[in-house]
Every structure is written in structure tokens, then in C-alpha cells.
Design a protein around this ligand. Structure first.
Ligand code: DQA
Length: 147
């Protein structure tokens, strides 16, 4: 069985999961969410990266693009989703497929969250399923990579 490498990237404020607005984002910490992925997909080699900074996420995308070893990315860009043209352009600039995920259903929330500037350059978009959004994202990405 060959190993697939997936990088799970999380943007600003997602380090606060579990404590931050639990009624919206649930009670699980980011570490617990990541551990759940490792348990659910033993055939996948995961890397995890979280940053509060736009540029650090962009640097990471270019690092995996230039150094390889990563087949695809699961990205919860947090609020950057809604306005970061720089992140959008970085996703468009890399060959590795990126799947956009959100814990909440951004279309059922404030109007400013209804627009994602990154969806257009992502291979797929999943939102509204809480922690399961990450799992569904991995499933979708694996299907995409198998093609
Ligand atoms: C989020 C939705 C964004 O609107 C918000 O800024 C986040 C989290 C989600 O996972 O539901 O930080 O990406």
C-alpha cells in the first residue's frame, strides 16, 4: 500500500478551537481534530500546519510545491477565505490540489462570510459539517488523487 501525504493547513484563529465560540465551532481543539484524522485515515501520512499569518500560509504552500513530499492540502483558511487575494493567488500558483474546508456553513452566517475568494482555485469545497468537514475533505482529496 503506497502512502499518501496530506498537509492539513489551518489559518488565523483556528488555534483557538475548543475555546473560541464553541457554539459555532464545537468543543474540540485543533490538536484533537488532527488526532482524529490520523486515527480515521491510517493509510495517510499527515502533516499539520497552523498559522495566524497570511504570509506563513503562503510560504508553506510554496515550500511543499518546491520540496515535494505532499500530494494534497486540506485548507481551512479561516477569515482569510473571505478576502485574501494573496492566498488565492498562491493556491492558483501551486500544482498540488487544495481542498477548502470550513467547520461552519459560511452561507448560513453573516453576509461577509458568504463570499470565498479561494473557492475558485480549490479542487473542492466542504463546509457546515463541523469536525466531519475535515474528514470529508480528506475523503474527497483521496478520491481526487486516485483519478
Ligand atoms: C471558518 C469560517 C470563517 O468565516 C471564520 O472566519 C473562521 C472559521 C470555519 O471553519 O467555519 O475562522 O473557516
Amino acid at each position: 500500500m503506497s502512502i499518501t501525504n496530506i498537509l492539513v493547513m489551518n489559518g488565523p484563529n483556528l488555534s483557538r478551537l475548543g475555546k473560541r465560540e464553541p457554539e459555532v465551532y464545537g468543543r474540540r481543539s485543533l490538536g484533537e481534530i488532527n488526532d482524529g484524522l490520523v486515527q480515521a485515515f491510517p493509510e495517510v501520512e499527515f502533516g499539520f500546519f497552523q498559522s495566524e499569518h497570511e504570509g506563513a500560509l503562503i510560504d508553506k504552500l510554496f515550500e511543499i510545491e518546491d520540496h515535494g513530499g505532499c500530494s494534497g492540502v486540506i485548507l481551512n483558511a479561516g477569515a482569510l477565505t473571505h478576502y485574501s487575494i494573496a492566498l488565492r493567488d498562491a493556491i492558483a500558483a501551486v500544482k498540488v490540489p487544495v481542498v477548502e474546508v470550513h467547520l461552519s456553513n459560511i452561507y448560513a452566517r453573516e453576509e461577509f462570510r458568504h463570499r470565498s475568494v479561494i473557492s475558485e482555485v480549490c479542487g473542492g469545497v466542504i463546509g457546515g459539517f463541523g469536525v466531519q468537514s475535515y474528514h470529508l475533505g480528506v475523503r474527497g482529496l483521496l478520491g481526487m488523487l486516485a483519478k
